[in-house]
Design a protein around this ligand. Structure first.
Ligand code: SAH
Length: 482
């Protein structure tokens, strides 16, 4: 079992200028936010990455503030009984899956605790009715989308300056905007995700196709996006940094090597940043979309979703279905209800609840997403949805509510930062019978709930694990008009 990490390599890199602050034989107490765990030394909270509650370690402090410090474990005296073998060799170097050495039961325990702590501490809510967290059935290969980056700068523990950097193709390393960790195997997406990435890397190295250098804006190979679906569709988007006669032979190679690809696409992104929202994505072969399916709330039908290269779709498809099912159950929608789905993305929730309601009104910032939402209503023969594109604070006005009808139920799924206060006030004005608040960030959710509970009482609460091995947690709260 790979329990012994070579932390000496990492500590060699620390600056040796100051005497280091060391804490010996410290017990790790619990898992905290951002994937760190917590220890306490004389009332000072110490945040430590890549350790598990129950470990006893020596800590080396690399940042100290008045009430807290950040430290690295440099020696293990005892290994926690919650430890398991990490699923990949890139653990501690790659930015993702920081909890992969903790057993899954403990992961979901600490996620639930994180939600409860936030709601109790920030919003002073009574969480005694909190339902047990919905765990993810798949703990491996649960992601339907991964994005890889090419870079001339590779991330390695020990730099041998006499050897030329060959560059890397893999994941960005947190804290370094230009450095990429080369990935051999990632357990987050099903096959042939690893095979495609590794094959493309070897092809590029053999043909000496230059990896992108973000500082100097040079090179050809920029990104690779792989999207899978439960229907077996497979989308591959190769992003180049400039036009080149190498593009077609490369795409042809991938097409022949991986005949299971159903949408092979490419993009020439000549901008200084990697975002593709404003770029043209070209179809090289296959369909211009992949298809995802979802069982309807009553379990009897199926919804189908067209996912185009820029379409947002929840990254854990199986768990998205369970999240929506739980949210719809909390919402208790009837055939006479007008439902607002605020922050609707590409309208997946709106379309999911449409058959239960009289009418669903979706609001979303991104115009392309709204177009996807309309397309997906059409694709499923749903004709009681209407979607609007724009900033929530500007769209959700009294006139808007008059025009679209007063909502009986409001479902909200805002971005990580939560909602603007003006939006919350407008929601409170509607006096909707029920609000269901889905959030991917418990602290802003708790803050928003403080305002919402002036008129609503908290019903059921249920955290959902969408991202095993990470500290991320989704939470659904039912609010009932007082
Ligand atoms: N409910 C969707 C996901 C929503 S993610 C689903 O399950 O698929 C949050 C969405 O809020 C994003 O699509 C984002 O574009 C949108 N958004 C963020 N800020 C917004 C704003 N100020 N006004 C409207 N929409 C916004």
């Amino acid at each position: 079992m790979l329990l012994f990490f070579d932390f000496t390599i990492q500590t060699m890199k620390l600056k040796k200028t100051k005497a280091k602050l060391l804490f010996e034989q410290v017990e790790i107490l619990e898992a905290a936010a951002e994937g760190n765990s917590i220890a306490k030394v004389d009332d000072m909270v110490v945040f430590v990455p890549f350790v598990v509650p129950g470990d006893v370690v020596d800590l080396e402090v690399y940042r100290k503030k008045k009430n807290f410090a950040q430290a690295k474990a440099i020696k293990f005296h005892k290994y926690s009984s919650l430890r398991v073998e990490p699923m990949c060799e890139h653990f501690t170097r790659c930015g993702g899956c920081k909890w992969q050495t903790m057993d899954y039961q403990s992961q979901v325990f600490y996620k639930q605790k994180q939600v409860k702590d936030n709601l109790e501490r920030i919003a002073h809510l009574d969480c005694s009715n909190m339902l047990p967290i919905l765990p993810s059935e798949n703990q491996k290969e649960y992601r339907n989308k991964l994005e890889y980056t090419f870079s001339t700068k590779s991330w390695k523990e020990v730099y041998d300056k006499t050897v030329e950097d060959q560059g890397a193709f893999g994941f960005h390393v947190p804290g370094f905007f230009d450095k990429v960790l080369e990935i051999e195997y990632c357990g987050l997406q099903k096959s042939p995700s690893n095979e495609i990435r590794n094959h493309l890397r070897e092809y590029c190295r053999n043909r000496q196709l230059p990896f992108y250098d973000i500082r100097n804006h040079q090179g050809l190979m920029r990104n690779l996006i792989i999207r899978t679906s439960t229907t077996g569709d497979l989308m591959v988007v190769v992003v180049f940094a400039m036009q080149s006669e190498e593009i077609i032979p490369l795409l042809e190679e991938i097409k022949i090597e991986f005949p299971q690809i159903t949408s092979l696409m490419y993009c020439v992104n000549e901008k200084f940043n990697d975002t593709l929202g404003d770029q043209d994505i070209m179809l090289y072969s296959g369909k211009d979309h992949i298809e995802e399916v979802m069982t309807t709330f009553d379990g009897e039908g199926q919804l189908r979703f067209k996912i185009r290269p820029k379409t947002f779709y929840q990254t854990n498809s199986a768990q998205a279905e369970r999240l929506y099912h739980q949210a719809a159950e909390f919402a208790g929608i009837t055939k006479d209800d007008i439902v607002y789905d605020l922050y609707t993305g590409c309208g997946t929730i709106a379309n999911y609840v449409a058959t239960m309601a009289k009418k669903v009104v979706g609001v979303e910032y991104v115009e392309d997403a709204v177009e996807d939402a309309r397309l997906n209503s059409e694709f499923n023969n749903i004709n009681n949805t209407v979607f609007y594109a724009g900033d929530m604070a500007k769209i959700l006005t009294e006139d808007f509510i008059k025009e679209n009808g007063k909502p009986d139920v409001i479902i909200i799924d805002p971005p990580r930062a939560g909602m603007a206060e003006s939006v919350i006030n407008q929601i409170l004005e509607t006096q909707a019978r029920k609000i269901v608040y889905i959030s991917c960030n418990p602290a802003p959710q708790a803050r928003d709930l403080m305002l919402l509970t002036t008129k609503y009482e908290i019903g059921r609460i249920r955290p959902v694990d969408m991202f095993p091995h990470t500290h991320h947690v989704e939470n659904i709260v039912e609010l009932i008009l007082k």
